[in-house]
Design a protein around this ligand. Structure first.
Ligand code: AMP
Length: 428
């Protein structure tokens, strides 16, 4: 390809076209991320792909760039991207629109929680690329505002989350509507049997790409815990916010009720915080995200589902006000910080009964989570923990290699890792 010295050459080397390179220069992307380096050339070749990558890896551009490049702006609707949540649909659309700036490709987002008429109106403007949540996409198809019989590119983003939320039937129906030959890309943080079955039915000889980034994230985030009984957590959070002065902190609770209550408590003591959870109207969720993204408010209280896929630059702190019960969720949460190589800090509030859970998390990430303290806070008695049998340096290296190869989602390597830790025998 012809050299354009001022354009990002590393993307040009992957076969990215000049209009898109111009946009990338404007956005400030100079070097492709791992998933982009692997996915863009394969996607440009037209092959189906199963891409294993989490949010924060640059996955949106990895499927967005090739789709935009292959769309003909003189033709009808050609591409559809399904995403699990409204937030992710909005975020993907924003990223794709930025990249599309000089291509003439018109993108529209359709998702629940916003007036359907507004989106109907936008669909009437003949987009080339529609990004949406499965429920709203089905709705639009049902109302005949969206015709997807003839598509060239179909992307399923965060397939694992879409299945978790219960979109399996909608996804099958949507994919079943498409009559034309098309390229299909599945992107997911994990690929379990169910996703593979779905992929087998709806893709042709897909190329598998795995650039899972969890271990990298885990390595870049400083991780701490503080023992705190439920009744002490709020006081601890207040001290943490005063002493750490985070630029942008996401505080995770396990329930919508807890998120609402905590946001209220923070307001009462004069700490400005936004909340996002499933009970909140979409307009309010959008507003909260917007203010947090623009760093107008430093604290966002969130539940896992609402926070799924949210991408905010420079999140400095992740606070697990409640430790997640599912240990995979811990990694998803801390993946909100340390984006694209930045550093972050995660602090987990752990009750005395949660010692085993904390140890399980450490086993999974193969790292010790260090106890920390805040001035003016006397920690509760430490959690009861099973004793870990120390790894020899050789074993530690071997297990790190297992996890950092990106295979951490496989059961087999994880079992190998877990066997290295033997719980101490209970004393009578
Ligand atoms: P994603 O995994 O798509 O949610 O992207 C994570 C973040 O990385 C987003 O804020 C993107 O704008 C940003 N990003 C994606 N690709 C690049 C790149 N090549 N260089 C710098 N930032 C990027």
């Amino acid at each position: 390809m012809q050299k354009h010295p001022e354009l990002p050459q590393a993307f040009a080397d992957l076969g990215v076209s000049v209009p898109i390179l111009k946009a990338l220069r404007k956005i400030g992307y100079e070097t492709p991320s791992d998933i982009q380096r692997e996915m863009i050339p394969v996607a440009l070749s037209g092959r189906d792909i199963l891409g294993q990558a989490r949010t924060g890896t640059g996955k949106t551009a990895s499927f967005g760039i090739p789709a935009l490049q292959r769309i003909d702006p003189n033709k009808r609707l050609q591409a559809l991207c399904l995403a699990p949540t409204r937030e992710l649909a909005v975020q993907v659309t924003g990223e794709i629109r930025r990249i599309a700036e000089f291509t003439g490709v018109h993108c529209v987002a359709v998702y629940g929680g916003q007036k359907i008429q507004t989106q109907v109106h936008q669909l009437g403007k003949k987009p080339h690329f529609v990004i949406g949540t499965p429920g709203r996409v089905m709705d639009m198809i049902g109302r005949r505002h969206l015709d997807i019989h003839e598509l060239d590119y179909v992307i399923l983003d965060e397939v694992d989350r879409m299945l978790d939320i219960g979109f399996r039937d909608d996804i099958r129906k949507i994919l079943g509507y498409i009559r034309s030959e098309h390229q299909t890309i599945f992107v997911s943080a994990t690929f379990d049997d169910e996703i593979r079955r779905l992929a087998k039915q709806f893709t042709r000889e897909p190329v598998e790409i795995n650039v899972s980034r969890d271990q990298i994230t885990v390595d870049q985030v400083q991780q701490f815990f503080v023992t705190a009984e439920q009744r002490d957590k709020f006081r601890l959070l207040k001290l943490l916010l005063e002493q750490d002065e985070p630029e942008a902190a996401i505080v995770f609770t396990n329930t919508k009720h807890a998120a609402r209550k905590l946001a209220g408590q923070l307001h009462k003591v004069g700490i400005e915080a936004m909340e996002i959870h499933g009970d909140l109207m979409q307009r309010k969720r959008d507003k909260a995200m917007e203010r947090f993204r623009k760093h107008r408010v430093r604290v966002l209280v969130a539940t896992d589902l609402a926070a799924r896929g949210i991408d905010v630059q420079n999140v400095t702190h992740i606070i697990n006000y409640d430790l997640p019960v599912d240990i995979q969720v811990y990694v998803h949460r801390i993946g909100r910080t340390a984006r694209m190589g930045a550093k972050g800090k995660a602090v987990s509030f752990v009750t005395r009964e949660e010692g085993v859970l904390l140890t399980d998390i450490e086993k999974m990430i193969n790292r010790e989570i260090v106890e920390c303290s805040y001035e003016g806070y006397t920690p509760s008695p430490p959690p009861e923990r099973p004793k870990l049998v120390a790894l020899t340096p050789g074993e530690a290296l071997a297990s790190r290699l297992v996890t950092s190869s990106g295979a951490e989602e496989d059961d087999a390597p994880r079992r190998t890792l877990l066997r290295r830790y033997k719980p101490a025998r209970r004393r009578r």
